[in-house]
Design a protein around this ligand. Structure first.
Ligand code: ADP
Ligand code: MG
Length: 609
């Protein structure tokens, strides 16, 4: 016979401890509940004091509405809330709290003190609570607002205490949460201290740009990119503030998403932001970005998670693609406006700043000597019709396919206004543009140009049948993987077949993949497959294409150390200007760097006059 334990009801204190685990698994959750309460109470100043990552102390002081004596006693009761009276209110609630169980649960598993005073009261109430039971009470002169401290979280639930992560980890989670509150409540002054050291003092900000620069990096104030988008469906509106491509992070810790002003952790939303930067960031680097999404509440479920950290959308794809497109469009827009059409504006005292003479006189060169021209090599036998050859040439050397011109005849056909100064260290091209000097990295710039050309040509891909099929050697493991995806290569213009355990035979290639890089292209594709084999086909195809284009453009582009004529430099500048994503090379390095005239003036102390 089995012994069947008798069912019994948990003692109320024990039940509370269980509930506490749902509301607050870790110190950051407690901080979140308390700060949300402060904001719900209309606080404009919230100060947070943490000790040992929140294990020994979490204290929040706010200047909100405060509580009456009765409410102070009531708020630690289970299901005590001032925010709803029935479950029906749940759908329309806009404040954070609504379960009325945060304070009661937290008080059950800690040593709490609560001091609070309402504005129209002379004195306030102070309570000491241990494990949910009031152990001390007093009437005190207090400032309006609420001051709650939580000491020794989980002191009476050793099982939970054991599962707390390191103090360092808990502290980082609190900082992340703090940043999220700062971003979504820019009108509130927030302070955060750890182990008696003031870490952040964030006064209320006038704009989102200001707020972002307060918490991420001051430099972002001027460079952060703001954009908005709307859609009638779902009453959807999106505000994005994101970093320029030359500001990158090693992780996603500066990406924040808010849905109806609630911070949510949603991988897909963050991923859509990152996708907007496609081809502009170095590998394994991430931008900073803040997304605010608002939409009618019937299209989003915020209650799928006990702590409301996750959300579920009815139409996630629409939202994701709106984010990606908005970011992408913004990045393209700023790149287009980099060179502003303008006169070379000399500000207050033009007579003192004569236009400098060119410092380098470049000898006229013949076209044949152009270092980064892809000469139409002696055409391989299998090369088909001339228009295919043209296509290739256009892809890699769009601006050198005309008759050689002498420098004197060179016209700058473009709507940018710049003056070429010359080549510096055979690596950079120096130009004068409105209010600044521009340094162009010749390799990075040319790489971007070729990359964009390849990309635009890719749609109608020209292929060549190889007279002598080429063999690529791979490890058996690599080939096993690649064999499953040979159709991907085919779409890219490479027709290949497995010949043995380790041999791949290629019979057809795209025209622009020269024989010598075929090997690299295949290996690049294998690397992508290893990294991303669980992605769907379309994604894989996109990544492979991008990598191969980057590889080819790197091989084709002019190198640092190559000497350029004025004509070549003009061509490169103009081509870069009209290129997409012109601020970075396909690997994410910058192509151009500006030295502002105002910086020069500072250096020479002209700005003090
Ligand atoms: P909820 O926020 O879901 O209502 P809580 O347990 O978090 O539940 O809080 C219970 C009640 O205590 C709140 O409804 C509110 O009336 C009051 N309260 C809690 N914190 C504060 C605060 N900082 N300032 C004013 N009132 C507060
Ligand atoms: Mg609450």
């Amino acid at each position: 016979m089995h012994y069947m334990p008798k069912i019994h009801k948990l003692a109320p204190e024990e039940a509370k401890k269980v509930a506490a685990g749902e509301v607050a698994e870790r110190p950051a959750n407690v901080v979140k509940e308390l700060v949300e309460n402060s904001l719900d109470a209309g606080a404009t100043e919230v100060s947070i004091f943490i000790k040992d990552g929140g294990r020994t102390l979490i204290r929040i002081i706010d200047n909100g509405s405060g509580m009456s004596k009765e409410d102070a006693y009531l708020c630690i009761e289970h299901h005590a809330t001032s925010k709803i009276t029935s479950v029906a209110d749940l759908a329309t609630i806009t404040t954070f709290g609504f379960r009325g169980e945060a304070l009661s649960s937290i008080s059950a598993v800690s040593k709490m003190t609560l001091s609070t005073k309402e504005a129209d009261q002379e004195v306030g109430t102070s309570l000491t609570i241990k494990g949910g039971a009031i152990t001390d009470e007093s009437v005190k002169a207090l400032k309006t607002g609420t001051d709650i401290s939580i000491a020794d979280l989980f002191y009476n639930v050793p099982a939970r205490q054991k599962f707390l992560k390191s103090k360092e980890t808990e502290w980082r989670a609190i900082v992340q949460l703090f940043h999220a509150f700062c971003l979504s409540y820019k009108d509130v002054t927030f302070k955060l201290s750890h182990n008696d050291r003031q870490i952040y003092t964030i006064p209320k900000a006038d704009s989102l740009e200001d707020r972002i620069s307060q918490i991420f990096e001051p430099a972002l104030k001027k460079t952060i990119l703001l954009s908005e988008a709307k859609q009638d469906k779902m009453n959807l509106s999106l505000t994005v503030a994101c970093s320029p491509p030359d500001y990158t992070r090693f992780d996603r810790s500066q990406i924040f998403c808010f849905v109806n002003n609630r911070w949510v952790k949603n991988y897909k939303l963050a991923q859509s932001l990152i996708k907007g930067y496609q081809g502009m960031l170095p590998p394994q680097r991430y931008p900073a970005g803040v997304l605010f999404i608002t939409l009618d509440s019937e299209y989003v479920d915020i209650n799928i998670h006990p702590r409301k950290e996750e959300v579920q959308f009815l139409h996630p794809r629409i939202i994701q693609s709106l984010i990606e497109q908005t970011v992408k469009a913004k990045l393209e827009e700023v790149q287009q406006s980099l060179f502003r059409p303008a006169q070379l504006a000399y500000t207050n005292q033009p007579q003192e700043r004569p236009v400098p003479q060119p410092i380098i006189q470049e000898p006229v060169k013949e076209l044949a000597a152009l270092p980064f021209m892809m000469q139409p090599e002696a055409p391989p036998k299998e090369l088909p019709t001339p228009e295919h050859q043209d296509a290739f040439l256009k892809a890699v050397t769009p601006y050198f396919s005309e008759e050689p011109k002498h420098e004197q005849q060179q016209l700058i056909v473009s709507d940018i206004d710049y003056r070429l100064i010359g080549q510096v260290h055979t690596t950079y091209i120096l130009i004068e543009i409105e209010c600044s000097l521009g340094y162009i990295d010749q390799h990075a710039a040319h790489e971007r140009i070729v990359y964009e050309r390849l990309k635009s040509q890719f749609e109608e891909i020209a292929r060549v049948q190889l007279l002598f099929p080429q063999t690529v050697q791979l490890s058996k493991e690599d080939l096993d993987l690649l064999e499953k995806h040979l159709d991907l290569l085919k779409e890219f213009g490479i027709t290949a077949k497995r010949n043995s355990d380790t041999e791949l035979v290629i019979s057809e290639t795209p025209l622009f993949v020269k024989n010598q890089s075929l090997d690299d292209c295949i290996k690049q594709a294998v690397a992508v497959l290893h990294e991303h084999q669980y992605l769907d086909k379309k994604e894989l195809q996109k990544i492979i294409q991008e990598r191969i284009h980057a590889l080819l453009s790197c091989k084709t582009a002019v190198k640092a150390g190559d000497e350029l004529s004025h004509e070549e430099m003009h061509n490169l500048i103009n081509e870069l200007y009209s290129s997409k994503n012109k601020l970075t090379c396909p690997h994410g390095r910058p192509t151009i760097w500006e030295l502002k005239t105002s910086e020069l003036e500072k250096k020479f102390k002209r700005d003090y006059r």
